[in-house]
Structure formats: structure tokens, C-alpha cells
Design a protein around this ligand. Sequence first.
Ligand SMILES: [Zn+2]
Length: 164
Amino acid sequence: METPNLRIGLGSDLHRLKENVPLNLGGIRIESAWGCEAHSDGDALLHALIDALLGASHLGDIGEHFPPNDPKWKNAPSKDMLADVLLLIEEKHPHFYVVNVDAVIQLEAPKLLGYRHAIQANIAHLLGMDVERISVKAKTGEGLTPIGTHEALATQVVVLCDLG
Ligand SMILES: [Zn+2]
């Protein structure tokens, strides 16, 4: 039996929160008074996922592939960036697949539990994976740090990939 060519990838993201800006997480629109200040659609969960995939496949980082000053990505849906990155990885590793994804969203409000299934299902759809292999958890900042004072939202994602 061939040994799997397994690689772990870690991604994180942080955005300043702003009032009256839409909040997108994992490609799902969240009802919220605050959204992420960003050049793109500010989807901090997909940004961290992209960075984790780039890390696992040794292809650099999100800032390198999608410079924040590039007008092409202004208000761009992050799912388009993710699709670009998956193509890039598949070019280098044609048998590449993702084994599983585990993610944490740090946000003081609103509560994300009601969105969890939709976010997990959408990420599974974007990666062409079974939803059982995608885990998204939410944590508050307990009133502490810029998370707890509604100034920021942070995300962390780990992925396990088989480069084939
Ligand atoms: Zn971001």
C-alpha cells in the first residue's frame, strides 16, 4: 500500500469590525450589526482556509496570491479566490485532496450556532467534500481582547491534505 503524502496546513485571519458592513463567514451571510472591514468581501473564515491550503501545499500565502491593492479583488467573493487556489494546487498536485478541515471563529456577537450547519455545508460544497469532514466552531472573547469588545473578528483553520 502506498504511503499517503499527508500535509497539515494552518491559516489564521483577523479583521477589524465596522458597523453597517455585511458579515460573511464561510460564504454564508450572517445577520449582524457589524461586518469585516476589508478589500474583498471580508470572509475571514475563507481567508484562513485559503492560507491553510496554501500552507499544506507549500504554495506561499494569501497576500502573495491576492495582493490587497489589486483592483481585481475589490469586493470579490472569497469563494472565487478559494476556487483559484484549488486550481493552483491541483496544477502542482493533480491527486490532491483535503482529508478534513477544523476551524474556529472568534466573534463576540452574534451567536453563530444557528449558522454552523450552513457554514459547514457550504465549505463542504466549495471543497467538494463530505460535510462530516468539516468542523466549524465558534468562541466569544468573554468580553476581553479586541474580540470581546466587538472591535475584531479572528479565525483559525487547520486542514489535513493528501498531496497524492
Ligand atoms: Zn481576511
